[in-house]
Design a protein around this ligand. Structure first.
Ligand code: APR
Length: 226
């Protein structure tokens, strides 16, 4: 059975990493236009680096939870394409062999001048010169609003050729990820949502499993492998 899974901030919530749209979420404390758009980076790169340095530290201090580890187990028994909107590395540290980070990764840095990428240091600043071209234009390798997510051709192909699509811990507010369920459904793929409550695109799923991911995901994986 071929499975495509999309994860969002909710899968890392029980590891202590803040989600975006909860009452105490990141977008309640920071303006998207300041820290998650190219214009904000151009205006104040130091602010943006401080924001992602804090998120990089939070990710480093967090541990994978049973949901991350269950998806690593699933990759051992099924043909799994794991796509995440998250920029933390908890899927990798939970044992997943391959993760598509469609919104980029805190672990990578990007030069806004020459386009080269490299492993990000724990703390980045606007004064860091690009190790390839020397320009002081280094930024986190994060896909900001208005930018094109990574690996979309591969993701659309996986969605259209899977037997099962699952969205885990995502509010269904941000496209193109929020449109994955409609694309899968158009290709006759069974769609299931695992979340604490109904997401914005809940009506597009065939099934919903409500509860905390650290409980529902291991149970769901077990139901697939038994
Ligand atoms: N278990 C399962 N689901 C959970 C849990 C949990 N323990 N805690 C929270 N959730 C769910 C919430 O109900 C919500 O539906 O996770 C979802 C988190 O939603 P958001 O905070 O909007 O995060 P996400 O959907 O990943 O955001 C998508 O928006 O700002 C951009 O680039 C950013 O990748 C992000 C994208």
């Amino acid at each position: 059975m071929r499975i495509t899974v999309l994860t969002g901030a909710g899968i890392s919530a029980e590891s202590g990493i803040a989600t975006f749209r909860a009452s105490d979420g990141l977008w309640e404390q920071h303006r998207i236009e300041d820290v998650a758009m190219p214009e904000g980076f151009a205006r104040d790169p130091a602010l943006v680096h401080r924001f992602y340095n804090a998120r990089r530290a939070a990710a480093a201090a967090a541990e994978p939870n049973p949901a991350h580890r269950a998806l690593a187990d699933l990759a051992r028994t099924h043909d799994l394409t794991l796509v995440t909107q998250n920029v933390d590395d908890l899927h990798e540290r939970g044992g997943s062999p391959e993760v598509i980070h469609m919104h980029g990764s805190l672990a990578r840095a990007l030069c806004a001048s020459c386009g080269e990428r490299w492993d990000a240091p724990a703390v980045m600043s606007p004064e860091d010169p690009c190790p390839f071209c020397g320009a002081r234009a280094t930024r986190p390798d994060i896909v900001w609003f208005g930018e094109i997510p990574y690996d979309m051709d591969r993701i659309w192909d996986a969605l259209g050729t899977s037997d099962l699509f699952a969205a885990i811990g995502t509010s269904g507010n941000v496209y193109p990820a929020a449109g994955f369920v409609q694309h899968a459904a158009r290709h006759g793929v069974e769609c299931v949502e695992l979340n604490l409550d109904a997401s914005a695109n809940a009506r597009d799923f065939d099934r919903r499993i409500i509860g905390p991911a650290s409980e529902t995901v291991p149970e769901w994986v077990k139901s697939l492998t038994s």
